[in-house]
Design a protein around this ligand. Structure first.
Ligand SMILES: CC(=O)[C@@H](O)[C@H](O)COP(=O)(O)O
Ligand SMILES: NCC(=O)COP(=O)(O)O
Length: 240
């Protein structure tokens, strides 16, 4: 079954809006696991506007499931942090500085040499690697050549189109995920997944290894409660 990794960035965004330690980000990580999540994701950015580097170090101490750190490896401070913390998985995302949120995948062809080098750095440290890509065959084929263990399919496009035409929305992802699987890549997916669009994605592509979900899950937690929200998302992943 596809695993759920809860992205707790938005707990940190709320905390940072007032200073102090409410909500407690460390507790959010502990509770995600307690409520049934298969892992915790964080996406530190150099301005630390949400998850802070020190949060990442503390979360590592309490992780009993899988820890996934996402971010831009062009920032040396990010590379240093990941090598220090040694999560289970690092997901390389080509963010630009000050970007509101991730909005594109890697061009794995133009950045091939660079990605080969970076993937080797993390794999040599025993960390599983994933790279954030758009659902394009050329980019998937380029990803294989970098030596990465997995890709993370950037699902904003799916989420946007799902509301009008689910079948059309998922088609490009199905083709990309089929090609990725045939070349031996593991497959993650994330961005803008929610309680409406998640089930159809994993029902259509049940070989997705893991989804990371933050924004919508935390919004749902405000209305439904955190435990309930995590369990509702887990239930969407059950396609047997
Ligand atoms: C790569 C990706 O899609 C997520 O990590 C997303 O960027 C979440 O980060 P924010 O919560 O900071 O938008
Ligand atoms: N990798 C995607 C992620 O961690 C969460 O994205 P979102 O659910 O906050 O859009």
């Amino acid at each position: 079954m596809t695993k759920l990794s809860v992205n707790i960035n938005k707990f940190a965004t709320l905390r940072n809006s007032r200073g102090g330690n409410r909500p407690n980000v460390l507790q959010a990580a502990i509770d995600a696991q307690k409520f049934g999540a298969d892992g915790v994701t964080v996406h530190p950015r150099p301005d630390e506007r949400h998850i802070r580097y020190d949060d990442v170090r503390q979360i590592k101490q309490i992780i009993t499931t899988e820890f996934n750190i996402e971010g831009n490896c062009r920032e040396q401070s990010f590379v240093d942090l990941v090598l220090e913390v040694k999560p289970d998985q690092v997901t390389l995302v080509p963010d630009t500085l000050g970007q509101l949120t991730s909005d594109h995948g890697w061009d794995t062809i133009q950045n091939k040499k660079y990605l080969i080098d970076m993937i080797a750095v993390f794999k040599n440290a025993g960390i599983r690697t994933s790279i954030f890509v758009d659902p394009e065959i050329r980019m998937i084929e380029g990803a294989v050549e970098t030596g990465t263990d997995r890709i993370e399919l950037y699902t904003e496009g799916y989420a946007k189109r799902y509301t009008t035409d689910p079948r059309e929305a998922v088609q490009q992802y199905l083709v990309a995920a089929t090609r990725a699987r045939s070349m031996g890549l593991g497959i993650n997916a994330g961005h803008d997944l929610d309680l409406q669009n998640l089930h159809y994605l994993v029902q259509t592509i049940p070989w997705i290894d893991e989804v990371s979900i933050g924004h919508a899950l935390v919004c749902d937690a405000l209305y439904l409660g955190y435990e309930n929200a995590v369990q509702l998302y887990k239930r969407q992943l059950n396609v047997e």
